[in-house]
Design a protein around this ligand. Sequence first.
Ligand code: ADP
Length: 919
Amino acid sequence: MKKQVCRQFFLDTLGIKQDVVYGALEKINSGGIVSVDGRGSHKNHVAVSDDVVEEIKSHISSFPTVPSHYYRQSSDRVYLEDLNMSTMYRLYEELQKNEDNYEDGEKVRWTKIRAITFNQSENDFMTIHYDDKVCRVDSMRRKRKSDKPEGQLDLQLSRNHQEGQPLRQLQQLATVLQKEEEEKKPNPVTQRVKIIMSAGLVFVHAHSRLLTDSTQTLGTSLSESSSLESISDQEVQPDSPLWQFYVSRFFASNYDYGLTLVLAVALSIKYVFFDDKIDLEVQKLLKRERSSGQQSLPKLTISKKTTPPPPAMPAQQLNGSGVQENLNEKSLKTKGQLSHQIGKKDIIELNGNEDKTDQKELLSKLNCNLANTEVNNVSPSSDRNSPKPAFFLGSSKDNDDSSSGSASDEECKDGHIVRSHSAQTQTDCIDYLNSTPRTDLKYALSSSYVPNISDKPARLLEECLAIMNSDAGPEALTDEEVQLLVKAKHIPSYKLESMLGDHVRGVAIRRQMLSKQLTVKSAMETLPYTNYDYKYVEGACCENVIGYMPVPVGVAGPLLLDGKRYNVPMATTEGCLVASTNRGCRALEQSGGVTSSITNDGMTRGPVVRFPTAARASEVKHWLECTDNFDLVKECFDETSRFARLKKLHIGLAGRSLYVRFVSTTGDAMGMNMLSKGSEKCLNMLQETFPDMEIISLSGNYCTDKKPAAINWIEGRGKSVVCEAVVKANIVKNTLKTTVAALVELNTSKNLVGSAMAGSIGGFNAHASNIVTAIYIATGQDPAQNVASSNCIVLMEPTGPLHDDLHISCTMPSIEVGTVGGGTVLPPQAACLEMLGVKGSNVECPGENARSLARIICGTVLAGELSLMSALAAGHLVKSHLKHNRSTLNMAPTAVKPAEETTMRHAATVPGLCTSRSP
Ligand code: ADP
């Protein structure tokens, strides 16, 4: 007999869970055998001992703090001044790595303890007050040094270490400090120049005074008005020999002569003694290093980036203490025995004992080689993040062996500078990004394709096949014969490059085959394909390549953003866009610039899974929302990458389907690959826990990637940024040729009400996507991601004492950008990132480069909005547009009739300083 009971009542009465009932039922149905599921198989968290907790707490407490700006009235909460969590953790890690019991993965533990103890969330570092957003431990260290006597600092850092360890650390620390001190000292080349200039000045001064005095001495009466001309015409004939005369003038009892002389002498003494002192210090340093046996003789290598340091020296890592490109004599002397490798044929050995002339020669040789090897165009704002040519100390072997793991170095291979990166900062897949071998690039760019043709008719297919499979390989075939093999499917077309071992030839043959199929055979003639470095494309950026698309790149700026100036590259074919954005930048610069804030950071992937019932789906939703279970998922997710860190799960439910939106930080990568990898692993783990879960798709469009979606607008995706500026009334009037009142009114009518009327999602702006897309193309972002990335609301209000200034803000919640991976590896795109000082991985603070790029994009959008809106408000758009944004080059002669002009696409949309295709 079957009885129906209320399930909840039944379960509550028996005090059991629904899963148990399902399990029992399954057991009955399968004859008593229950398939194994993953329940109960997860390991418990390892309990953290009190000692470790205390150690972490006291390490964190040891950093200098400042009172909170936000809670000063009501709370005694304190904040780190110019550090962030990653830096603090890295310092902690450096200390711990020397401990025997150090385990990987301690970061989670450290982060938790910090969060619990100090009441901060994992991503607080973005909101913590630190002015330059630079995590420089050296400033922290200086602070600590100034707060405490040096010995105390050493003690502090080596606290809790076992015997023997602290000593080694002290030595390392001392070495680091010494090197830092040494770097802080003035550049001797500059010193010399100063001395020479001072001496020159003294001489000129003395000479001119001599003349003046002489004229007086000779009793020449010069009228004041004509004195200068007269003096220059005077011939002075001293009684004594010239040198005696000069000396006597020099030592004359004149006060300013004396002062100048004293200064010159003091400078010379300083130079002479200072130089020697450095020598001595360095000798001492090297001696100690040698005797401690921890480092082999330092080898000078070249780095294109601010250089990570020798092993196990946390502070130095963070300092980027490479010696700069303008290597000078001091550097040469201070490094002792240095070996510098620039090219295969160019290995220079520098010895501390070499005389100065030799050093000078070597110096000029080094600089010359550097100039040949490096192409650096760093904007003034690029500061620490920008890859700059630099030298650093420490052999590559040392760095490789280093447990600190963040050192990087370059070595010479086949005449190219090749960088090898250690685990902490770079990975296999992007190594080449920061180490574009320029000589290689030159080679690639100079190559052009000479078709491989023969007078004789092509050999038979079988013969070609035999040659291809022989040692001679497909290279021994003519282009026509290769085409035969492709047609016969012995060579897949997509594999042409790899099978021929020649990118350009592969592309050329594919083009030859394609042209034959086209109605206009010459159609591809003007699509370029030579002079391109295809090795970055293969297997990463594009398949079936037939050439490349040159897009003009303009520059807008400087954009004054958070006190730094950026020249923003924009790749576009849209006339007026760059000019307009440039004008916006100028107005903003005149007004004191733009301020930006990152409000959120998290890329997303939203898979869809299905359960037998909606109730079961809901049950799993609750399970995932429970903190402990989230921790399990996070642990599983975080294991998949050194940079991806799961922040939250946003879960949606529709019937039996569950949509799990994984939100994670992704370092400097845009992050889609990382999110896919992490989400996939978590789904597999969940499936073990819930065997009745069916994975429908790794992407369930709940992400949402490259499609308009409210979820991105509301929840954010990638970087969420807000920028603001106050534009002075006179600049609105003189530069933007409009008024604040007109701008505010237009913004309300167009960007707010107009977009609302159109049912827009995230489209509360005039043309954000114009700027976003142009920067995306220039900097190797995925241009398809302009869809969500252009989500933007522009607000304008009158402000200032007279209400005649303009407050403008630009809020962009979903900027999907990265500075590693994807198209950022292509040299031209990487060059544009380098212009902005955000190329590649940010060694000191992974993620900071991508966040800076997002800030720059938002700031530039603000400039573009300001300019276009002003042009619209001023009503002079049509004129400007017709002048700059029309080309008749491709038009049929009859297409342009005066009567039709106003209905043409340009005039029909937004004209003038905006663009024809802008909304
Ligand atoms: P995406 O996830 O944006 O699609 P990729 O997977 O192509 O990007 O590139 C990310 C790769 O770069 C990962 O393998 C990651 O380990 C590596 N990587 C190196 N440095 C960084 C960094 N600073 N931030 C993020 N990823 C980095």
